[in-house]
Design a protein. Structure first.
Length: 285
């Protein structure tokens, strides 16, 4: 017990000493950590300062070279704009130009269509003119008939029968037209040729041009000899050619004509139905 009483102060002192030693170690360790942290912070601050200095130096250099500091911002803005989806925005000038081009194309197409139409019309007119000239200058060698009418050459497939015209009969037809209608209008000459051809078609009259013209008591120039004396003029030839090609001044059922002022026998005028009058001739069914 005495030993314990004498040595009881030792434990507290050992505790105090142990605390001091541990505290000293903690302070030493803490100081080292703070020193390392402070060193790291100082290094980062130095690097930042150096970057700022470099950036400032670069800006000074660019300004000294005359380069605007806003160029980079402008380039970035352009790059951003270009990165956007493309849009078909047209300026007013571009729209106006496109409208002009569209109008020009429309006008060109319209002109081409009008030209084509005009050319087609001219071509048709030439064809019709050629037909008209042929009808005047070129007599057909064959006539085409149905039971009721003389057909145009283009309608030959509709014919029920045909008739070949000889050169001798062609001249004879031209002469009877000349002898009967020398002083008559061109239409009257065509009508006289129509009457002869209508009789050729009809079953009530002879079946050849020669026999029709020379049928007894039918054409006065045959009886008085005028038929042999006349020479067909240009109008008579044209009128015959036109009639042979299908031109008609009187209907297909017209079989008679006479001059009411010159005829001695007016039986036809009293017995037949009048169709029309051309010049001095009156035509009958």
């Amino acid at each position: 017990m005495d030993i314990i009483s004498k040595n009881r102060w030792v434990a507290p002192m050992l505790s105090v000493l142990l605390v001091c030693i541990v505290g000293a170690n903690v302070v030493q360790a803490t100081g080292k950590w703070n020193e390392a942290s402070d060193s790291k912070q100082m290094t980062e601050l130095a690097a930042s300062a150096e970057n700022s200095e470099n950036s400032f130096s670069e800006d000074r250099r660019m300004m000294k070279d005359g380069t605007s500091l806003s160029t980079d911002a402008s380039i970035q803005a352009d790059n951003w704009t270009n990165s956007l989806p493309a849009k078909n925005w047209l300026t007013a000038a571009q729209e106006e130009q496109e409208q002009k081009e569209a109008k020009a194309k429309h006008v060109a197409r319209a002109a081409a269509a009008a030209k084509a139409k005009k050319e087609a019309a001219l071509k048709l007119a030439k064809v019709e003119h050629a037909k008209a000239v042929a009808a005047i200058t070129t007599p057909p060698q064959k006539l085409y008939f149905t039971r009721t009418k003389l057909l145009n050459q283009e309608d030959s497939k509709l014919a029920t029968w045909s008739y070949s015209v000889s050169d001798k009969e062609l001249l004879l037809l031209q002469k009877i037209v000349m002898a009967e209608a020398e002083g008559e209008p061109y239409e009257g000459k065509v009508a006289v040729a129509n009457v002869v051809l209508n009789r050729l078609r009809s079953a009530n009259f002879p079946d050849t041009i020669y026999k029709v013209i020379y049928q007894k008591s039918q054409f006065s120039p045959v009886a008085n000899g005028r038929l042999k004396r006349v020479t067909p003029n240009e109008d008579s030839i044209k009128a015959v050619n036109a009639a042979l090609n299908g031109k008609k001044e009187v209907a297909d059922d017209t079989y008679y004509f006479l001059s009411l002022t010159l005829a001695d026998d007016l039986t036809v005028a009293r017995s037949q139905k009048k169709v029309k009058t051309i010049g001095h001739h009156t035509f009958y069914k």
